[in-house]
Structure formats: C-alpha cells, structure tokens
Write a protein of this length. Structure first.
Length: 399
C-alpha cells in the first residue's frame, strides 16, 4: 500500500512527511527524521454511545479521540438505543456515522433482540453488519449461542463474545482478590469469565463458526484459548492495555478503576503478557467505554462499569511493553494494526506518525473524548501522535 501526502508539514524543526514521499506500510515500521510512521491502528472494541447515550460520547467526539490515538478503523459495540438488532435500527446508527464520523466506524449488530438474551436478532437482514456481539452482556443460553453461531457461519460472520456467567457474579464489582478482601468489597470471580469461554469453545468447534473473545482478563482464559487454537478451533481473542499493566493491587476507591471484567491479580497479568508473546492473544482492543462524570463519581461499588482508553492505548503499551523489552515495537504494531484487520477482513486505510521520544503526563481534562475516567491519570508515558492520515486525508494533526 502507498499513501502520499502532497504538502510538507514541519513539527519541532523536523520535516517528517515530505512532498510525494511514499510510505510502504504493509505492516512495517518506518523511521523518518526521528519520527516513526506506522500503519494506522484498528480497535475492534469501542463504545461510541450513539444513538441513545450522546451525553456520554458522540460519534464525532469518539472518532476525534480515535484519530488522536492513531486509529483509522474502530468497531462500535451495540449497547445503544435503539439496539442494532434489525436493519432499521442499524440504519439509525449508520446515518449518524455517515454524517459525523471522522474515521471509519464499523458497527456491530447485536446477537439477540435488545441484547436481552432471549431471541436471536434478525441475522439475515443484518448481513451487512460488521459482526455480531452482545457486548456488555453475556449470552447465557447455550442453545441460543449455538443457534447464533450456526447463523453467523452461514453468513460468514464472526461471533464476538462478552463472556460472563451471570450466575457466578453474586453482586461483585471488582476482582475477587486481595483488594476486595482487605476493603470489604464484593468480588467477581475469574470463573465467571472462563466458564463461558470453555462453553463457547466447544460450540465453535461443533459449528465451525469464527469466534472471537472480548477483553480476556484472567490466566484460565489464556490457557483455554491457547489449547483451543492448538485443537484447530477458529478462535481469536483480545485483551486491553489496563489488564497488561495494572492489577487489583493498584485499585483506588474511585470509579476510574472500575471496568468489566475487572483488574485481576499479578498472576493473571503475567499470564496475559505470555499470551501476547506467544500469539495466544491476537490483538489489543481498548474497550473504550465513556460515561458522564456523575456516573463515574460514585466510587468502586456504585460507579458505572467502564473506562476510556483510545487516546492512551499506544503510549501505555509502548511505555510498559516495548520500552521495557517485553515485546518489540514491530510486535506491538502487529497486534494493534495488522492482526485486527486480518481477522475481520478490514483493509488497511491509513497511517499514523509518532514521536516516540516525547514524554508526557496523562491529563484526562485534555482528552478529546467526552469520557475522562482513566486509571492512567497522571502516569508518565512516552509517545505522542503527530499525525493520523486516512486515505490521504488528514484526520488528526498535532498543532
């Protein structure tokens, strides 16, 4: 692929894109005048909140934030109002995307009507949807999930699963670990995540469906997926930056540390890193989930689940994985830009330019996203996005 910017632009006395300078970005990392040029990132798991919840985020604000984070493709989850469970409801979302999106947005259709887990959505009339997911809610019925996989197989679509067994939650809201015990919080056990994965692996093998697991957070999930891949199951998975960097021992009594699944133990974190290194975990997704300040101001117990992460994902991963020698920069680009597109059949649509020597302190007040709840507030990170280009159009530029 070649992308060419016609007009030179200068930052900090370094011209990094010159007239008619071609960028070969099939997956490589290019260095030019001390700045790095990457294939633009792709996130298969974001919440853009429109239609229905524009006080949390809008298509416009969310995609501006994505462009600032180096992304030109994101996949929007269906926990909306109306839920995209029919062609009519999906069109409501697509119309907003067409009008307001700064970058490419690929909307999911829901697996079940209203995400209620009782009846399948109209799969046949949703064949133009990116993929199918009930993210935010796990499909509790094995028979319903089997039916969903059969329909997705017929349509050549991926089932993207939020794996959570409601019968094992017991009112928990953080990891059932050391911090919960010390501070008298109700915990969410790891089994509530890995048991549904175990079930779905069996169904995916039975049906031949393409199956993708959202935001894995515990060591048992890594082990199950590793074994399933060795067994020939058509399975991929993602994890998020916060699970690779933080644990439940990093929790504070603030809503910006509350997400689902929760931050887990150090043993889980290390298992996730091994999963990244050996290829069990295919990609990084942010699960960017903005809420209002009020919704996130109620502490660990009562705040809404979800944090933002699209503007900090690459700097967090570069600082804590690449600079520490855990993975290479090329590996990071693979799991943030290449693998997500390969799995879901998305074309590379642009590139992004970064100053990897630039050190900064995370200040959520400066985010372009309407959501400000991040566990990385005040962290010192490396990597500043200078430019994001999609199909020769500048989508973000650091002035």
């Amino acid at each position: 692929m070649k992308n060419v910017i016609k007009n030179a632009k200068v930052f900090e006395n370094a011209t990094f894109i010159t007239k008619d300078f071609p960028l070969e970005l099939s997956g490589s990392v290019s260095k030019f005048n001390n700045l790095f040029v990457f294939p633009a990132f792709c996130d298969v798991h974001v919440h853009l909140r429109e239609p229905g919840f524009s006080y949390k985020e809008t298509i416009k604000s969310g995609t501006l934030a994505c462009a600032r984070g180096g992304y030109t493709d994101v996949c929007a989850m269906p926990n909306l109002n109306p839920v995209p469970d029919s062609a009519e409801h999906l069109k409501t979302q697509l119309d907003i995307i067409k009008k307001d999106a700064v970058i490419n947005v690929h909307p999911y259709a829901s697996i079940t009507i209203g995400q209620q887990g009782e009846k399948l959505s109209d799969f046949d009339n949703l064949k133009h949807a990116f993929a199918f997911s009930d993210d935010g809610r796990g499909v509790q019925s094995e028979e319903l999930m089997r039916s969903a996989m059969i329909k997705a197989k017929e349509l050549g679509k991926v089932i993207v699963a939020h794996c959570e067994d409601n019968s094992l939650l017991f009112g928990g809201y953080i990891h059932d670990g050391e911090y919960a015990k010390l501070h008298s919080h109700k915990g969410i056990c790891s089994e509530s995540e890995w048991k549904p994965i175990e079930r779905d692996i069996k169904l995916a093998k039975e049906t031949g469906c393409k199956y993708h697991v959202c935001h894995i957070s515990c060591k048992e999930s890594v082990d199950l997926i590793r074994k399933a891949k060795a067994d020939g199951v058509d399975i991929t998975c993602e994890t998020a930056p916060h699970y690779l960097v933080l644990t439940d021992n990093d929790l504070k009594e603030e809503g910006r540390f509350k997400m689902n699944p929760p931050l887990r133990s150090e043993a889980d974190r290390l298992a996730l890193i091994e999963g990244i290194k050996d290829g069990t975990i295919d990609m990084i997704a942010t699960d960017h989930a903005p809420h209002s300040a009020e919704e996130k101001s109620k502490g660990l117990q009562k705040s809404a689940f979800g944090i933002v992460g699209i503007e900090t994902a690459f700097p967090v991963m570069y600082t804590f994985l690449v600079k520490k020698g855990i993975i290479t920069l090329e590996k990071l680009i693979e799991i943030m830009a290449i693998n997500p597109r390969n799995r879901f059949g998305l074309k590379q649509s642009g590139y992004t330019v970064w100053d990897l020597d630039k050190k900064f302190t995370v200040k959520s007040k400066d985010f372009l996203s309407l959501g400000k709840a991040t566990p990385f507030e005040n962290f010192e990170l490396y990597g500043e996005c200078k430019l994001t280009v999609q199909q020769n159009n500048i989508k973000y530029i650091k002035e």
